[in-house]
Design a protein around this ligand. Structure first.
Ligand SMILES: *[C@@H]1O[C@H](CO)[C@@H](O)[C@H](O)[C@H]1NC(C)=O
Ligand SMILES: *[C@@H]1O[C@H](CO)[C@@H](O)[C@H](O)[C@H]1NC(C)=O
Length: 248
């Protein structure tokens, strides 16, 4: 099995070196909302005042309707969403909805799924749906899978790498069982409820809204879009994007 991870690993190394270049201790970072956001540690600060969502600003919500093997989805997840999410996760709330152009057919109290890119894609969608339900590290595992030459074959190694405590057997019992079936049905409902309905994948909503303009910006320039839409104090990585005056 060939697992190709250079892209993922480079970014993680890059990200760790960013964090460690933060000149403050955690206590100093948490001494004000500004420095907490700058250090990217807002969620780790114990003071409830600092995590007050009014002061900090609501994160920007990005929902991604996709399917595990569509080439544009793979490109989007690995080249656009992942690097942006790594840098902006404190102000960006992502919901991944793997289903896309799939169809569901009710059968004996359960659902049969048919996917645009065949059974392997259905399997990939189901693995990712179960991961999103079972581990806090689902994003890392999903990005790892999507960055690999064989998305499905990479799943086991990616799980082992990012969520070593999650047993493969437990994951497969979700994938092959009623829980996975119900979770995928929820994805189908959510996808089919889109207004306007999706016309292609990846289909994006920002704070619940879809327009041609938002889709275009979220595809070609996600990073500045999120920085400019975020109403709270912007993290330092945003630079001057969408800011008339630096408040730091
Ligand atoms: C947090 O807020 C409360 C009231 O909103 C205030 O009394 C308290 O001093 C604040 N604590 C800090 C550390 O700013
Ligand atoms: C996982 O799925 C179960 C069953 O559908 C649900 O009750 C639970 O809230 C989900 N957990 C998460 C973290 O999504």
């Amino acid at each position: 099995m060939k697992v190709d991870l250079p892209f993922t690993l480079t970014l993680i190394v890059h990200f760790s070196s960013l964090s460690s270049s933060c000149p403050y201790t955690l206590a100093q970072c948490c001494s004000s909302l500004n420095s907490a956001v700058q250090c990217g540690v807002l969620k780790q600060c114990p003071h409830t005042n600092l995590t007050n969502s009014h002061q900090a600003g609501e994160p920007v919500h990005l929902d991604v309707y996709y399917e595990s093997l569509c080439p544009d989805c793979i490109l989007y997840l690995t080249q656009v969403l992942y690097p942006t999410w790594v840098l902006l996760q404190d102000i960006l709330c992502v919901r991944l909805v793997p289903f896309g152009n799939a169809q569901e057919i009710p059968s004996e109290g359960k659902y049969i799924f048919k996917c645009q890119h065949g059974e392997q894609e259905c399997l990939g969608n189901m693995i990712q749906t179960c991961l999103l339900n079972m581990t806090d590290n689902a994003f890392l595992i999903i990005f790892c899978m999507e960055a690999s030459t064989d998305v499905i074959a990479a799943a086991k190694s990616c799980v082992h790498l990012y969520s070593p405590k999650l047993s493969w057997e437990r994951l497969m019992s979700c994938v092959d069982g009623d829980v996975g079936n119900q979770l995928m049905h929820q994805n189908a409902l959510r996808t089919n409820a889109l207004d306007p309905p999706h016309q292609f994948v990846p289909w994006l909503t920002i704070n619940g809204a879809h327009t041609d303009d938002l889709q275009k910006k979220a595809t070609t320039s996600l990073f500045p879009l999120i920085c400019s839409m975020y109403k709270g104090i912007k993290p330092v990585v945003c630079g001057n994007v969408g800011q008339k005056h630096r408040r730091i």
